[in-house]
Design a protein around this ligand. Structure first.
Ligand code: GLU
Length: 440
């Protein structure tokens, strides 16, 4: 049974980088008919906020990334304590008392000597008496997992065969001095006890994975299949981490990006398959395969989401936008013709507003100086509404006869004068919608 999880920390809003992780895990579970768990990594009481947890769920619901169940790490602290006891009993857990300043000094010395800044395990040599004294002086220590200094190997679902020398990694701190269980231990306990079969996350977690594999093995769990997707960069390859705050999913929603456009894009960028606009998550799941992804950083340009959003909207029937259309005050009998005319000319739903305004109130004409007299003459030949699908043809013919203009020189100034824009719907289709006679 395939079981995946998306494990955000509720310490901020979801952004495009998180979304990629969420989506991949979701699609793997859906494709296999398995289970997708939303796991809130909320063991840090200072930084975790219920309102961020709510926001995460709201954003995922907006995208249709529904989960089979929610798990909260803060509900499972007893499980982590039990795992810590188990590691202690197995001789894989030790208390260390160095202060951050002392650790920093050690690291600097190592770097100066050209050595990797790996924790020297000084605490392993402490006698019980020394520990008691340190505890009396400094309070509780931190608890480190004692790595087995061997090579840690796994076949990564995206990166292929990986091998990391455990001796090049510091024994990870799993419990802080104040007793707070850290992510690495909590995550391993959850992945094991929840039967997680596939863990997909960003390539910034590769070293974590190496240590987690050893912790899972020490606890007697089954190691899941790990896969690490590349991180997103900006369009020029620049780091995106600092800008992710402005690429929050709620901002994209606010700016009119459509869920299917966003999902279609995020499911394909960084893969060997082209981005294709799909109409459902099922379709995305069917075609999803981690083996299409590579290790190179993936370029992300928020501007790419808008043409896709426009194309998505263009293909929608009125029923899918009926609420937006009604909210503008479009009467029922005009809804269908209005949508038909407007949809090819919008990028986001918000663009419907100006088109409805044009239909209802007319536009401020856009007229080049040299066309002013021509447009005035033309408007004089236009009858009052109501207009039909014949109006545009009849009117432009009359204007052509009266002025001798034809082709683009005839049509363009009239389009610009009527709509106030250079581009837009077929004029023959737009005219019947106009409620007022256009004029100067
Ligand atoms: N809470 C962790 C993070 O957001 C989860 C990483 C993981 O998927 O294990 O980075």
């Amino acid at each position: 049974m395939t079981t995946t999880r998306f494990a955000p920390s509720p310490t901020g809003y979801l952004h495009v980088g998180n979304l990629r992780t969420a989506l991949f895990n979701y699609l793997i579970a859906k494709k296999a008919g398995g289970t997708f768990i939303l796991r809130l990594d909320d063991t840090d009481p200072e930084r975790s906020r219920p309102e961020f947890a709510d926001a995460i769920m709201e954003d995922m619901e907006w995208l249709g990334l529904t989960w089979d169940r929610v798990e909260r790490q803060s509900d499972r602290l007893d499980r982590y304590a039990a795992a810590a006891d188990d590691l202690r009993a197995k001789g894989r857990f030790y208390e260390a008392f160095e202060t951050p300043t002392e650790l920093d000094l050690k690291r600097k010395k190592q770097l100066n000597m050209g050595l990797p800044p790996v924790y020297d395990r000084a605490a392993l040599a402490l006698s019980d008496d020394e520990k008691a004294k340190l505890r009396a002086d400094r309070g509780q220590g931190v608890w480190r997992f004692k790595l087995d200094h061997a090579r840690i190997e796994w076949t990564d679902g995206i990166l292929g065969d990986l091998s990391i020398d455990a001796a090049s990694v510091s024994d990870p701190v799993l419990i802080r001095q104040d007793g707070q269980v850290l992510y690495t231990l909590a995550s391993v306990v959850d992945d094991t006890e929840m039967g997680i079969t596939h863990v997909v996350r960003g390539s910034d977690h590769v070293t974590n994975t190496a240590t987690q594999i050893q912790i899972i093995e020490a606890l007697g769990g089954t190691v899941p299949t790990f896969a690490h997707h590349s991180l997103l960069t900006g369009p020029q390859g620049e780091a995106l981490s600092k800008r992710l705050g402005t690429l929050a999913l709620r901002d994209l929603r606010e700016n009119g990006v459509e869920p299917m456009a966003l999902l279609s894009h995020m499911a394909r960028i960084g893969s060997s398959q082209p981005v294709e606009l799909v109409s459902s998550l099922e379709e995305l799941a069917d075609g999803f395969d981690l083996s299409h992804f590579g290790s190179a950083p993936t370029k992300f340009d928020v501007d790419d989401l808008y043409p896709l959003t426009g194309r998505y909207l263009h293909g929608l029937p009125l029923s899918a936008v009926a609420e937006d259309v009604a909210a503008l005050g479009v009467p029922d009998d005009l809804a269908e013709p209005f949508w038909t005319v407007a949809r090819a000319n919008i990028t986001t739903r918000a663009d419907l507003g100006p088109w409805w305004d044009l239909v209802q109130n007319g536009a401020t004409p856009l007229i080049n100086d040299e066309d002013r007299a021509f447009v005035a003459e033309a408007f004089a030949l236009l009858p009052d509404p109501p207009y039909s699908s014949e109006t545009w043809g009849g009117w432009t013919n009359a204007v052509k006869e009266a002025t001798g203009r034809k082709g683009r020189a005839l049509f363009m100034p009239l389009r610009k004068a009527v709509t106030g824009r250079e581009r837009g719907p077929e004029m023959a289709e737009l005219m019947p919608l106009l409620q007022k006679k256009p004029g100067l």
